[in-house]
Design a protein around this ligand. Sequence first.
Ligand code: NDP
Length: 444
Amino acid sequence: MKEQLADILDQVLRRNPGEREFHQAVREVFESLEPVLRKNPQYVDAAVLERLCEPERQIIFRVPWVDDEGRVQINRGFRVEYNSALGPYKGGLRFHPSVYLGIVKFLGFEQVFKNSLTGMPIGGGKGGSDFDPRGRSTGEVMRFCQSFMTELYRHLGEHTDVPAGDIGVGGREIGYLFGQYKRITNRWEAGVLTGKGLSWGGSLVRTEATGYGTVLFAERMLATRGASFDGRRVVVSGAGNVAQYAIQKAQQLGAHVVACSDSTGYVLDERGIDLPLLQQVREAERLPVSVYAERRGATFVPGRRVWEVGAEVALPCATQNELDEDDAAALVRSGVLAVSEGANMPTTPAAVALLTEAGVLFAPGKAANAGGVATSALEMQQNASRDAWTFEYTEQRLAGIMHGIHDRCLATADEYGAPGNYVLGANIAGFTKVADAMLALGVV
Ligand code: NDP
């Protein structure tokens, strides 16, 4: 089985040259699957793995738009419709200059397993553009979003493909995308995008869901060792959507969150992060975290990673490969108990190995950050029934889903003889459900 897996991996690497992040995501999942394939030869016979590694559809398109100076700008748009065995393609759009096919495919691949783990009827997809919204005016962002949707709309639909936000795509961008979709199709089709505003079809708790979910997962994980967030020193990377609400939920649970970051550096605020001020700086004014530090009288450390601060719980909530072996070693030296990934694949494989060997509780993003997409599915449910749930009820649903994912990962890890290994548990539990659906649907 080992050789067979190695052959398939080799084939994936050769067919997708240069897509480093995609290779990393596939390799990481393959490392968990040997026992499940040995137990279930039907997956091998039906080439489930080979099919899972090949997206059902990959769309790449030109996005022309005109900037405020009247110059024509060209960006590249992507949508990878990865797997629809469990439901319509579902996954966010990322606007960041680093976006290329390899990033979208890694995110789409992860999304398939994540969505499966939620237990909800959603397939996996991901998209985005190399457009950089930073420093762009609202008018420029709107024109870009309109041009992006003018091409993408033909591939979407509430039963086909349902995007949401990700890095660089928040409520403002979802609004412009939805507006253009509505205009082109002449349909008020709420279920075609999630992360919508509350007055036009959005769900309460969707904005908070990814960050909240990451902390709820970590809380459940800490409880397995009789520990909690109360009084713990917590460090968060990023200062965007996921980071802000991870900070909020950790603080609600009694944690002392002392640091967060962005691409310019990190803030150390020993009094505890002042979330309203952070949101004023990041959301309302769209400024870097150094401005927060300045106004708050906290320390700003430019160009360095937040992990050197040390923590009992670390929550990487910025981007892929932002926590490497050296960072992991620094965290272990500082006595870290748990790492819960709010971002997708933020911890490098060497760092995961180091943390695991040191006995640190480690929650992989495909499990720990699934609260965002799960609440998107709750938004779709509300849209389909033309209903709007309360904050309390929706949060309760989110908590139930996160606890369910946690317990399923743990039970699966136990079943496969790797107690406490959330990576293996998430990969196998996520894989099995999609694989069974793919078998049932035949070779399509
Ligand atoms: P945002 O755009 O709201 O925030 C991203 C944050 O990460 C910003 O602080 C940004 O800093 C920082 N960041 C982004 N790229 C880099 C980089 N290359 N180096 C250093 N810092 C960087 O995005 P989200 O909070 O929505 O997403 C964060 C992560 O969570 C991503 O990995 C995303 O895929 C994942 N995720 C998001 C979900 C959601 O619901 N939004 C759901 C599940 C996962 P700066 O502004 O300076 O660039």
